[in-house]
Design a protein. Structure first.
Length: 67
């Protein structure tokens, strides 16, 4: 079963599932993926802080995991 990302998925869980998702976060300006606070944030929280569309990032990440 493929990993599915939602707005409530924790960044750390996404990175644990596949570290190759890091560029998607770097694109949105989230450069400290391995610091404790970012590893505990939900995708929705991170998108709000960085001013990016949560829905757009979810679509990109789910497309990545569907491959």
């Amino acid at each position: 079963m493929a990993f599915t990302v939602t707005k409530d998925t924790v960044i750390g869980d996404i990175m644990d599932a596949d570290e190759n998702t890091a560029p998607y976060f770097m694109e949105m300006g989230m450069h400290c993926l391995y610091c404790p606070s970012s590893r505990g944030e939900t995708l929705e929280q991170a998108c709000a802080v960085h001013g990016v569309s949560c829905d757009e990032l979810i679509a990109k990440l789910n497309a990545h995991f569907a491959k």
